[in-house]
Ligand binder design. Structure first.
Ligand SMILES: *Cc1c(COP(=O)(O)O)cnc(C)c1O
Length: 180
């Protein structure tokens, strides 16, 4: 756009001040990384010294396969973008169309993560941005003979919640934290 040069100058100014400038890019599918326009935009932003990190929700019909995510993370790393978050579709109007059960979200996450090398594994997920914080699904486990979903806070309103595994009763249909 007309103001791109001004925006890039501002990015340079922030970087020169000694701060880390991290742009959260929102790519939902590897196809979005294939155009000349996106390559040019990434090049210009990176040339200012800003970092680009990437996040996307896991979307039914759009990117609900491990291969798509692995391909997307590899392409991002080749563009010097840092894979950052896989989000669970949040509670907006289209959640029931695009959303996936949390157990399935974790399976896609885990299979995708297993396909990529360490440089792609800067990504965290699947994560729900909820009122109390960001809650990551760690998987399905068994505690004292009971099937549970293991979770942890990546960010919490109370800092003491962060990094402690906790459990919810298993519900194969839940698509959001409040259904656990
Ligand atoms: C969490 C989040 C970020 C990144 O914040 P961090 O503190 O780096 O985790 C950016 N955008 C959205 C929408 C987020 O939920």
């Amino acid at each position: 756009d007309d103001d791109a040069a001004d925006t890039l100058k501002m990015f340079e100014k922030v970087v020169r001040s000694g701060r880390n400038l991290a742009i959260m890019a929102h790519f939902n599918h590897p196809a979005e990384l294939s155009t000349a326009a996106v390559k040019e935009a990434i090049h210009h932003i990176r040339a200012t010294g800003a970092q680009i990190r990437s996040q996307s929700p896991l979307l039914r019909y759009i990117n609900d396969s491990p291969e798509i995510w692995a391909d997307m993370w590899r392409k991002q790393v080749n563009h010097n973008i840092i894979p950052y978050y896989m989000f669970v579709v949040r509670d907006t109007g289209a959640q029931h169309f695009f959303g996936l059960p949390l157990e399935q979200a974790h399976q896609i996450w885990q299979q995708a993560y297993q396909l990529v090398s360490g440089v792609c594994r800067t990504v965290r997920g699947p994560s729900m941005s909820c009122t109390p914080g960001k809650v990551q699904i760690l998987g399905v486990s068994e505690v004292a003979g009971e099937k549970v979903i293991t979770l942890r806070f990546l960010q919490g309103r109370n800092p003491d919640w962060v990094g402690r595994p906790f459990f919810a009763a298993y519900n194969p249909e839940a698509i959001w934290l409040d259904e656990l």
